[in-house]
Design a binder for this molecule. Structure first.
Ligand SMILES: Cc1cc2nc3c(=O)[nH]c(=O)nc-3n(C[C@H](O)[C@H](O)[C@H](O)COP(=O)(O)OP(=O)(O)OC[C@H]3O[C@@H](n4cnc5c(N)ncnc54)[C@H](O)[C@@H]3O)c2cc1C
Length: 435
């Protein structure tokens, strides 16, 4: 089935181009599509950046949506790549298992999670790559191969976090995590200085999950809440239902103010802090802990017609105060702000395009406006000045020179070439960075 579209093609609504979508139903259909050149695969289009966008043709894997096998004893699930996490969470949680790494939304496909090598709130081994036991990939020459960390390792490593540039992931076997409870024991700790934030490092060791939401920052002060969590030991699996809803007119109007007005976000942050300290709950269900943003499934519309970006990068711990200071000075001068800032201690290893390294990860959402070029230039200068590593899976703004400077990125490009196939797969992202 084919269709034309000039609707938004990513979660951030920042790219609206006319392109052709193809929805193959089976292997034969997919092989037919791969006769063409200049294609990219998409899962559930939840990426923030332009990695799943191609103005010529996009292959949607939505119809590859079957659970192939679920070994409930060993906790290994084999899924077609178009399966969306939200569709299988109830099944796996009710059987006492969970995804070891999950992003901040459950509306992502298995193929997208692998191709983006997603990370989540885990305090260690926080990359999808650790839990993919094996996958089936249709290569550019239409050959189907099985690959894993022992078999066809090179293509396996290139594909996890390879943003769809190596082939089409057909299915994958994932090792799940055993859980006794569908609840999370949560601890929320506020901080109002850099020293207090850094002191959380001791707390992190006691928890499996953690993230800090920032309410205010400049070069002197940082204020926010850290959410720590462990799977509850209380042996109860509750049948938790997804209750996410669309924004109605009332919430839409109120929340729109918060995403577009600095003073409104300050008020929201004040109430958030107050509510958290008053109604702070020690245990929450998995969905509330991991996917708070899914409560309103179309919150991305709040940023208006031109959409938004999420900028995520990793810096050295010692640079945090200076970087946050520079960002706050820039925001003040240019009258800009971010309604959503998250920071996290980060320590991950890996290759190629993966978001890995040791330090502090900073992410912030920013509305796109007429002066967005200033934002782009400012952050690219920050990336260079502080040797920051950009999370390419969410990227929309990094300049080619940032890519060219990085040895691991260049190795990805060379190793991809060395596979010896004509490059069929391309995206706005790969073209922007010259991959
Ligand atoms: C609210 C929210 C919170 C988020 N939180 C996080 C987070 O905490 N951590 C994080 O890492 N990310 C996070 N993300 C980003 C999101 O998790 C990832 O972008 C996710 O991988 C998108 O999955 P998708 O199915 O929508 O993939 P798409 O956006 O459709 O595609 C993503 C990439 O995968 C490739 N791809 C998709 N399917 C296949 C396939 N079958 N074969 C080959 N390549 C394929 C595409 O070409 C593209 O390069 C968040 C996103 C949202 C909206």
């Amino acid at each position: 089935m084919k269709s034309q579209s000039n609707l938004s093609l990513n979660w951030t609504n920042n790219t609206k181009i006319k392109t052709k979508f193809i929805y193959p139903k089976n292997i034969l259909g997919l092989k037919k599509i791969l006769k063409k050149d200049n294609l990219i695969t998409t899962g559930n289009q939840r990426s923030y950046g332009d990695i799943a966008i191609n103005s010529n043709c996009i292959i949607s894997m939505k119809k590859f949506n079957k659970v192939i096998n679920f070994d409930k004893k060993k906790g290994v699930i084999e899924l077609q790549s178009g399966v969306v996490l939200s569709e299988i969470l109830e099944l796996i949680i009710n059987n006492g298992w969970f995804f070891p790494v999950t992003p901040g939304t459950k509306y992502v496909s298995i193929g997208g999670m692998i191709a983006n090598n997603v990370h989540g709130k885990k305090t260690s081994r926080n990359q999808m790559k650790y839990y993919v036991k094996e996958m089936k990939l249709m290569m550019q020459n239409k050959k189907i191969i099985k690959c894993s960390s022992v078999k066809n390792k090179k293509i396996f490593d290139l594909t996890i976090g390879g943003f769809g540039l190596t082939g089409v992931i057909l299915s994958a076997k994932i090792k799940l995590k055993k859980i006794n409870s569908s609840l999370i024991d949560q601890k929320v700790i506020g901080f109002s200085s850099y020293d207090q934030f850094f002191a959380h490092s001791n707390e992190i060791k006691k928890y499996e999950y953690y993230v800090s939401w920032i309410q205010y920052f400049n070069n002197q002060r940082i204020k926010g809440l850290s959410y720590f969590g462990n799977h509850s030991k209380d042996k109860k699996i509750y049948n938790i239902k997804i209750r996410d809803q669309k924004l109605n007119f009332f919430y839409y109007s109120i929340l729109k103010l918060f995403t577009q007005n600095y003073y409104c976000i300050k008020i929201l942050n004040f109430f958030h802090q107050l509510l958290k300290s008053t109604f702070y709950k020690k245990t929450v269900n998995l969905y509330d802990y991991f996917y708070p943003q899914d409560k309103f499934i179309n919150w991305n519309k709040l940023y208006g017609k031109s959409g938004f970006v999420q900028i995520q990068f990793l810096i050295k711990k010692n640079d945090l105060v200076n970087v946050m200071g520079e960002i706050s000075a820039f925001f003040k001068k240019e009258k800009k702000f971010s309604p959503f800032v998250v920071i996290k201690n980060y320590n991950e290893t890996g290759n190629y395009l993966n978001f890995v390294g040791k330090g502090i990860s900073i992410s912030m959402d920013m509305k796109i406006d007429k002066e967005f070029n200033k934002v782009k230039t400012f952050f690219n200068n920050i990336f260079i000045k502080y040797g920051a590593l950009v999370n390419l899976s969410k990227d929309f703004i990094a300049e080619k020179k940032i890519f060219d400077k990085n040895q691991k990125y260049r190795k990805f490009k060379n190793d991809l070439k060395s596979l010896g196939q004509k490059s069929k797969f391309a995206s706005n992202f790969s073209e922007r960075l010259g991959i």
